[in-house]
Design a protein around this ligand. Structure first.
Ligand code: MIC
Ligand code: SF4
Length: 789
């Protein structure tokens, strides 16, 4: 029985339902007017800074990325920025941290000895919440299981005057979009998907905790001036295509490395047709091509979004500085890609890598060619990437058609709302009820299955199966810890349609569904509102911290020395004074080695605040090129094989520094600095890669590890585990601040003299990209050591 209205497209088409979900925490009231003083970027100052930089640059036209970045230079007249070359010293406006990465960031910030943070900062409890039965029960269990961490984070927030978003409040990037992002803002977030705020015109960059500590401790934050990829959007999305398809398509074109060292800047008439949250989705997943960040210029949909989320004064201030918030006429992009939205097809990307893009019309063929089982086991929508009001409204338009035809989702179907505000608003407007009627289970407002915090009851261990998600990342093992789960990324609309059919080959544009009486019917394309016609409601107000949080020095932050989950950090020892000698090559890694391979999430998330314990997962997903085994390496001194972290600890106990040789894009993926900290902690002072992902490369430098790349990537073939770097040439000059033999503006050369176990010798030419400040971190042993003097 249903009280559903017939399918209509009337303007007030909010969804009537027979069910009303009640959450114990429910207490919807209207949020009081916001105090926007701390969230409005200091436009007048930024514009005046930019004028100074423009003079240095002979008034050449600038891209929007350059305008925002250069206007945040700590000393605007100090340098003449050259893209791809100059290290910029920047003063970010804000910092956001999520619960998994905030632990290390705060442990490091505590060492800085500051009474409060230099810029407004926020903590978001989202990653540690496990999705299983549904929001209410999962939240209670997760709070119980993580109370030590949540208490630690809360007391740090209170002590230092940070905004604390408690468990259940929502996912960091959605909360930032709803509350803190603003056109022209420069913010750092300890999470790789921080660029989500580019949908609201901010330059928002994912970093490791140590970088966030720079901004919080008022130390200029360094970034090499990125090059700029311009994406020209024309036309208008239609039918089944959604904003997600823009980035799924671009990921296919650019690949997981294509954005490295670049900001992706969107322009062209097509941007006026997109919603602000849709642009957020596009920017969010720019992380998957390695881009420093992505952003859109200030457009009307941003203004509407700011008004709808109680930030009218920010919209008005932005409007007054509209010229500043768009690229200059004639600005030059390093590369331009054009995407005609009118012609864009829906895409499905994966499995196991986000850049394996297949247009929907070809997907069934791919499924058949690969012999994959034609079944969608579970569909998951939401996450920081796709949980806007618009997303939820559009998928509801599909679910409603199914309910009216008396059918339910054939696949398991889960929904993770991005924030309490979205959860409450879609409950009020009826979307939740419809999604539940079709079989959906609403999980807590948190990351859950996106980061492996997912208890799956529907699967026999190691059974090959396919899941479809509207998330952004799909490395092996990521969602459920099962390497045989094929995880495909797509829009929430396609996840929903394909879950309804239960078939991996289903194409809603061409294939019918079968209704309750056995008759075929075609799903009509999704539709929905960008913003709620009756405004957002905040839901449970207790989730929303005050707009301004004062520090309270009286608060004690307690770390129990017996804790298995939190451990006070001991500063690392100093770096080398001269050349390296006798570095043992412990391992050569082959193929993809993301931060998930270096420091896995899922069950390991609970040790994010305990370096010694989390170090047990070090490189446990890495494929050893010499024996083709994952996480198995030989200790050359004992001849015994062991897990990588074990052999690392054994070498360390013998006083033998060791290194790893890695493939392309090493450290792809997340911002987690554990992937760098753990290597340093276990005694690895240098990593030699074919190439690095940006955030991870900086994280290594921050923790005193020297990242080198092969001058000739083919040399990777030459090296093997068991080789020894007998000596280096160039490190002594580097640490002494002397110019090296072949220095370039981008860095310099280091020679590695290597000996094989059979005595044969060879030389590898390697390159570094260390700036003056980074050399100082390396010399002192870490950035934090350098900051403490
Ligand atoms: C992710 O999406 O991989 C994460 C979990 O959000 C990470 C952060 C982390 O590892 O702590 C990210 O993207 O940076
Ligand atoms: Fe959370 Fe997933 Fe977004 Fe990372 S990508 S912040 S894990 S929802």
């Amino acid at each position: 029985m249903s009280f559903l209205k017939p399918l209509t497209r009337t303007p007030r088409s909010r969804w009537t339902t027979s069910t009303l979900r009640t959450l114990a925490t429910e207490a919807s009231t209207t949020r009081p007017a916001r105090d926007c003083t701390r969230i409005t970027p200091p436009y007048a100052k930024l514009v005046s800074n930019l004028e100074k930089v423009k003079r240095v640059l002979d008034n050449r036209p600038l891209t929007l990325s350059e305008k925002i970045l250069y206007s945040h230079l700590t000393n605007p007249e100090e340098v003449k920025p050259v893209r791809g070359q100059t290290y910029l010293k920047l003063s970010p406006d804000r910092v956001a941290m999520q619960d998994a990465s905030a632990q290390m960031a705060i442990l490091q910030f505590m060492l800085a000895g500051m009474p409060t943070t230099a810029v407004p900062s926020s903590i978001h409890c989202d990653h540690l919440i496990v999705g299983h039965k549904g929001a209410e029960q999962d939240l209670v269990n997760s709070i119980e299981n993580n109370k030590e961490i949540f208490n630690f984070l809360q007391s740090a927030a209170e002590k230092y005057g940070m905004s604390f978003w408690k468990p259940g409040s929502g996912i960091i990037h959605q909360i930032v979009l709803e509350n803190y992002a603003a056109p022209g803002l420069l913010m750092l977030g300890t999470d790789s998907h921080t660029p989500n705020a580019g949908g609201l015109g901010a330059i928002a960059i994912g970093v490791g905790g140590a970088d966030a500590v720079d901004a919080m401790a008022n130390i200029p934050w360094e970034l090499k001036a990125p090059e700029v990829i311009g994406i020209k959007l024309t036309g208008k999305l239609n039918g089944w295509t959604s904003p997600k398809d823009v980035i799924l398509h671009l990921a296919g074109k650019l690949t997981v490395r294509g954005g490295t060292g670049h900001i992706i800047e969107y322009f062209g008439p097509g941007i006026d047709t997109l919603s602000c949250s849709g642009m957020g989705t596009i920017c969010n997943m720019g992380a998957e091509v390695g881009a420093t960040t992505s952003l859109f210029p200030f457009v009307n949909s941003m203004s509407s979004y700011l008004h709808a989320t109680g930030r009218g004064p920010v919209a008005e201030a932005a409007r007054q500085h509209a010229n500043f918030l768009r690229a200059d006429e004639g600005a030059h992009y390093d590369k331009v890609i054009e995407v005609n939205l009118s012609d864009l097809e829906p895409h499905i990307n994966g499995p196991f890598t986000p850049d394996l893009a297949t247009p929907l019309s070809k997907f069934a063929e791919v499924v058949k060619k690969n012999g994959w089982k034609d079944e969608v086991k579970v569909g998951l929508i939401g996450s920081c990437t796709n949980s806007s009001y618009e997303d939820m409204d559009r998928v509801t338009s599909l679910a409603k058609q199914a309910v009216e035809k008396g059918i339910k989702s054939k696949a398991g179907f889960f929904i993770t709302p991005g924030s309490e505000q979205i959860r409450a608003t879609i409950e009020r407007d009826g979307q939740t009820g419809v999604l539940e009627q079709v079989g959906g289970v609403v999980l807590a407002n948190a990351c859950g299955p996106c980061i492996g915090q997912w208890t799956r009851d529907d699967l026999n261990d190691k059974e090959e199966n396919a899941i479809l998600t509207s998330f952004n990342r799909n490395f092996k093992n990521r969602n459920d810890g099962n390497a045989t789960t094929m995880n495909f990324l797509t829009s929430p609309e396609l996840v929903t349609a394909m879950s309804l059919s239960g078939k991996l080959t289903f194409n809603p544009l061409t294939d019918p569904l079968i209704d309750a009486s056995g008759n075929e019917f075609m799903l009509q394309p999704p539709y929905g509102d960008n913003l709620p016609q009756n405004g957002f409601i905040p839901g449970n107000l207790s989730y929303t911290p005050p707009d301004i949080s004062q520090p309270n020095p009286a608060i004690q932050i307690n770390v129990d020395p017996k804790s298995t989950r939190l451990q006070v950090l001991e500063p690392f020892g100093p770096g080398p004074v001269g050349e390296f000698e006798n570095l043992q090559v412990m391992l050569k890694v082959k193929g993809k080695c993301t931060t998930d391979h270096i420091s896995a999430a899922g069950p390991w998330l609970k040790y994010k605040g305990h370096l010694e314990n989390i170090a047990h997962n070090t490189l446990n997903g890495a494929l050893n090129a010499d024996n083709e085994q994952v996480n198995v390496v030989k200790n050359v001194f004992t001849g015994k094989e062991g897990a990588i972290h074990e052999v690392g600890r054994e070498y360390q106990a013998l006083g033998k520094p060791w290194i790893v040789v890695t493939d392309h894009n090493y450290g792809e993926g997340s911002a987690r600095e554990h992937a760098a900290l753990q290597m340093r902690y276990l005694g690895c002072p240098l990593i030699l890669a074919r190439s690095f992902a940006r955030i991870h490369q900086t994280n290594l430098k921050k923790q005193g590890v020297l990242p080198l790349t092969f001058a000739d990537p083919a040399d990777w073939e030459k090296m093997h585990g068991g080789d020894v770097i007998e000596s280096t040439e160039g490190v002594a000059d580097l640490v002494a601040g002397r110019p090296g033999k072949n220095d370039t503006p981008e860095g310099g050369e280091i020679l590695l003299n290597v000996r094989r176990p059979d005595g044969e010798k060879y030389v590898i030419k390697a390159l570094h990209t260390m700036s003056k400040d980074q050399v100082e971190w390396f010399r002192k042993g870490s950035a934090l050591n350098a900051a403490r003097g």
